[in-house]
Design a protein around this ligand. Sequence first.
Ligand code: HEC
Length: 141
Amino acid sequence: MIRRASILCVVLALAGFCLAAAAASFTALSLEAAGPQVQKNPIPTSPDSIKAGRAIYAKNCAGCHGLQGKGDGASAPKGSTPANLAAGKWKHGGTDAEIFKSIEEGIGPKPMIMKPWGEKLSDEDIWNTVNFLRDLAKHAK
Ligand code: HEC
C-alpha cells in the first residue's frame, strides 16, 4: 500500500513538472508570436545624416513628393496622390521604424501605391532619409 502511494506521488510530481514546463514553453511561444522587437533607428540624427538623406530624397522622391515634401511633385503619375511628408501626420505610421517600413517595402495593396525602395536603397540610405524627413517636418510651415 505504501509503495503504491509513493508511485502515485512520483506520477503526480511528474505531471506537475510537465504542466509547469508546458506553461513555460507556452509563454515563450506567445512572446515569440508577438514578433521581433520593434526596430530602432540605428543612425542618430545629425547634420551629416540629414544631408545624406536630402540627396537621396532629391534624387528619388522629390519627383512625386515635392522638394519640400508637400506631396506636390511635378512628375507624380496622373491620378496619384503622393503623401505630404512634411505635415507630421502619417497615414502608415509615424515612428521611425514605420516610416522606414513604408519606404523599404513600399505601400500596397497591389498594385502598389508606392513601389518598394528596399532593393535600390541600402538600410543606411533609408534611415538617413527618415532623419531628413523628420527634419523637413520640423521646419515645415
Ligand atoms: C512615383 C511616385 C512616388 C515616388 C517616386 C515616391 N513616393 Fe512615397 N508615396 C507615393 C504615394 C502615392 C504615397 C501615398 C500612399 C497613400 O496615400 O497611402 C506615398 C507614400 C509615402 C510614405 C508614407 C506616408 C504616410 O503618410 O505614412 C512615405 C514615408 C514615403 N512615401 C516616402 C517616400 C520616399 C522616402 C521616397 C523616395 C525614396 C518616395 N516616397 C518616393 C508616391 C511616391
